[in-house]
Design a protein around this ligand. Structure first.
Ligand code: 5BU
Length: 258
C-alpha cells in the first residue's frame, strides 16, 4: 500500500491558493476541526469565535442568521482571523444561475466575497453556477466547495447526482477546492473533503440531522470535520469541547497516516 500524504504534503497538489493555505495551516495548527458557528447574535458569535479560535482550522458561518449583523462584525471577525489563524467558510449553499449567484456572492448587505475565503454551492443549476462564482472569486483567490452529499435524512444528493457533481468539480479545478461529503471520492483524492453532521455524543437531532463520529468519517477519507452544537450547545464549555473534537479529529487522522 502507498503511504497517504499528509495535509501539508497535499498543499502543493492543488492549484488554488486558499486550498494551499488551508492545508498548510491545518498542518501548522494540528487541527482538522471546523466549527459551524450557528448563533444569532454578534456578541455570542464573537465570543465563541475567540474561544475556539486556537483549536480550529476553519470557522464556518451562516452570516444571514445574525440579528444584529453590521460591518463592525466583519471587521472584528477579520481581526479574530488574524489573531487565531483560520480560514473563513460562509456556508451559503448558492443554488441559482451564474448571473444571479455572482450578485449574491459580491453584493447585497453581506458582500460575502469580501471576507469569506470559501463558499459552497449546489450542483443542481449546472456548470454555470461555478463559472459565475468564479468570475468574482478567482481574482480574489477564493475557493469553492460543491455539495456532493448532505448529512440530513432523506436528502437527494446521492448516486448519479453525486457522481455528476464530482465530474463538475473536475472541470473547474482552479476554483473548486473540494466537496461537502462524508467520504473521499476516487479519481480526485487531492480535493478537500469537509464533513458536517459530526458528534461524539448523539446520533441525530429532531429535524433530520444525522451524526457520525470524527473517526467514522476520517476513516472514509474526510479531511475536515465540521462541528456545530456539539461544541457550544446548551450547557457546554466551548473551549473544552473544541479541544475534545480537535483531539478526536487529529488522532483519527494520525491513525490513518500510519
Ligand atoms: P450541527 O449543530 O453540528 O448539527 O451543525 C451542522 C452545520 O453544518 C450547520 O451549520 C448546517 O447548516 C451545516 N450542514 C449540515 O449539517 N449538513 C449538510 O449536509 C450541510 C451543511 Br451541506
Amino acid at each position: 500500500t502507498t503511504k497517504l500524504k499528509t495535509y501539508g504534503e497535499r498543499a502543493t497538489s492543488l492549484p488554488n491558493k486558499t486550498a494551499q493555505e488551508l492545508l498548510t495551516l491545518m498542518e501548522r495548527k494540528k487541527s482538522n476541526l471546523a466549527v459551524a458557528l450557528d448563533v444569532t447574535t454578534k456578541q455570542e458569535f464573537l465570543d465563541i469565535a475567540d474561544k475556539v479560535g486556537p483549536y480550529i482550522c476553519c470557522l464556518k458561518t451562516h452570516i444571514d442568521i445574525l440579528e444584529d449583523f453590521d460591518q463592525d462584525l466583519i471587521d472584528k471577525l477579520k481581526k479574530l482571523q488574524k489573531k487565531h489563524d483560520f480560514i473563513i467558510f460562509e456556508d451559503r449553499k448558492f443554488a441559482d444561475i451564474g448571473n444571479t449567484v455572482k450578485h449574491q456572492y459580491s453584493k447585497g448587505i453581506y458582500k460575502i466575497a469580501e471576507w469569506a475565503d470559501i463558499v459552497d454551492a449546489h450542483a443542481i443549476p449546472g456548470d454555470g453556477i461555478i463559472t459565475g462564482l468564479k468570475e468574482i472569486g478567482l481574482p480574489l483567490n477564493r475557493g469553492l466547495l460543491l455539495l456532493a452529499e448532505m448529512s440530513s435524512k432523506g436528502n437527494l444528493a446521492t448516486g448519479a447526482y453525486t457522481e455528476a457533481t464530482i465530474e463538475m468539480a473536475k472541470r473547474h479545478k482552479d476554483f473548486v477546492i473540494g466537496f461537502i461529503s462524508g467520504k473521499k471520492f476516487n479519481s480526485c483524492e487531492e480535493l478537500i473533503i469537509m464533513t458536517p453532521g459530526i458528534s461524539l455524543d448523539i446520533s441525530n437531532d429532531d429535524l433530520g440531522q444525522q451524526y457520525k463520529t470524527p473517526r467514522n468519517v476520517i476513516e472514509n477519507g474526510s479531511d475536515i470535520i465540521i462541528v456545530g452544537r456539539g461544541i457550544y450547545g446548551k450547557g457546554k464549555d466551548a473551549v473544552v469541547e473544541a479541544q475534545r473534537y480537535r483531539n478526536a479529529g487529529w488522532e483519527a487522522y494520525l491513525e490513518k497516516l500510519e
